[in-house]
Design a protein around this ligand. Structure first.
Ligand SMILES: Nc1nc2c(ncn2[C@@H]2O[C@H](COP(=O)(O)OP(=O)(O)OP(=O)(O)O)[C@@H](O)[C@H]2O)c(=O)[nH]1
Ligand SMILES: [Mg+2]
Length: 420
């Protein structure tokens, strides 16, 4: 079955404790305090990876934890920071905690820190003052954040089956794909979309039955706005209307109105209009409904009986080119988005991060400074490209390790910008 949700507990690393120690010096019993700070705990970072397609790998995971920071060393050396843990998720993954949406991850390479590692404790070297020459105090590291999150993937299918409840959507899916959805003679049999693969004339595409929509769905009636979210992730719609309907055009309009009232207008998605369950009424009734629908929509209307396996070939034949066109369009939009994203950058030379007196972060390194020099900070695209380079080269992670948060100022060379 297609899995589109997973619940996991994520836990960031605990900060390392600060050390309390004193210098060993020849001829002196005890030198000055030299205990280093503990390292920061690792973060739990979600990252969009367009090679991932499902959340299935997280269905069995209970806990995903980042590494703890190490305790501070003698000689004022800072403990090692705990490594971040990266959770790769497909495009379109939403991360929820209770009812709150924490992250909506839509673009390849996009990252979000959802549990922040604890700060390392200060070592005793930190507490020296004119009146306290030999402090023994060292801080404990802070615990890392920990929370339970629900991942949800807006489903992606080439074709979504929409229509009123009981229109025969799941039945069609069960006949033309390998899926085995529940089918029954009452409304709202389907509550979660089922996904199947259609193999037709050497072409394969994904089809999903969407739960039935009713009037008011876009305002949440019958869980409708939940259901419409699934429609959002399907490229082509089969709009399905029962042959036994009293008024096929009215049924059609009800669904179109709900599709149009969603957050984004879904009524303009490419549609094939299908009269279903043709075997349940007289041929003349089917014909009248077909004529009325074609007149109203100015579009060809297909007639099927999924149960009797009738009319399916012409419908699937018509679907193939529409699905192909939708995929091409998607690829074109994706290519536009990717145009500002750099896929691989060789940056073998060294860089490091310093924290300046005013708390701003400074990245020092010849190549990254070179990139910054070539960045037009007036242009959002330019800044996004630089950020992407920083992600790809690990500089972004280096900054986070040092505690850099969204809103903090980052300087590279003569340029300063806000961290996102
Ligand atoms: N005679 C006949 N009955 C059909 C046909 N297609 C579906 N049905 C019946 O219609 C009823 C509803 O079918 P479903 O496929 O569950 O309808 P649905 O649109 O998925 O319904 P919801 O999930 O509730 O929105 C079931 O009893 C099916 O057996 C058909 O082509 N001919
Ligand atoms: Mg159904």
């Amino acid at each position: 079955m297609f899995s589109d949700t997973a619940t996991i507990e994520i836990r960031a690393g605990k900060g390392g404790n600060g050390r309390s120690s004193f210098r060993h010096e020849k001829y002196r019993a005890m030198g000055g305090p030299d205990g280093g700070d503990g390292g920061h705990g690792g973060n739990v970072v979600f990252r969009v990876d367009h090679n991932a397609n499902t959340l299935s790998s997280y269905r069995t995971a209970r806990l995903i934890a980042a590494e703890d920071g190490m305790v501070g060393g003698g000689n004022q050396s800072r403990g090692h920071a705990g490594a971040d843990v990266i959770i790769n998720v497909p495009e379109g993954t939403m991360v929820w905690c209770d009812e709150e949406l924490l992250a909506d991850l839509t673009v390849n390479g996009q990252e979000a820190i959802l549990a922040k590692g604890g700060r390392g404790g200060f070592g005793n070297a930190h507490f020296v003052s004119s009146v306290r020459q030999a402090p023994r105090t060292a801080e404990l590291g802070e615990p890392g954040e920990s929370l339970k999150v629900r991942l949800e993937l807006k489903m992606v299918a080439d074709v979504g089956l929409v229509g009123l409840p009981n229109a025969g959507k799941s039945t069609l899916l069960s006949v033309v794909t390998n899926a085995k959805p529940a089918i029954a003679d009452y409304a709202f049999t389907t509550l979660i979309p089922n996904l199947g693969v259609v193999e037709h004339r050497d072409f394969a595409f994904l089809m999903a039955d969407i739960p039935g929509l009713i009037e008011g769905a876009s305002e949440g009636k019958g869980l409708g706005d939940e259901f419409l979210r699934h429609v959002e992730r399907t490229a082509v719609l089969f709009h399905m209307i029962e042959a036994a309907s009293n008024d096929a055009v009215r049924d059609y309009k009800v669904i179109q109105k709900e599709l149009a009232s969603y957050v984004v207008d879904l009524s303009t998605r490419p549609q094939l209009i299908v009269i279903t369950k043709a075997d349940t009424v007289e041929p003349a009734t089917v014909e009248a409904a077909r004529k009325a629908l074609e007149k109203h929509t100015k579009q060809k209307v297909y007639v099927i009986s999924a149960q009797a396996h009738q009319g399916l070939e012409p419908l699937l034949d018509a679907a193939v080119p529409v699905v192909k066109a939708a995929r091409d369009e998607h690829a074109r939009l994706q290519a536009e988005k990717d145009a500002v994203v750099i896929t691989e950058i060789a940056m073998p030379d060294m860089w490091h991060v310093e924290i300046e007196e005013d708390g701003n972060y400074r990245v020092i390194g010849e190549r990254i400074q070179g990139f910054a020099l070539r960045t037009n900070f007036e242009s959002d695209e330019g800044v996004e490209r630089l950020r992407d380079i920083m992600r790809k080269t690990g500089v972004a992670r280096g900054l986070r390790r040092q505690g850099c948060k969204p809103g903090d100022k980052v300087s590279i060379g003569d340029s300063t910008f806000e961290w996102l």
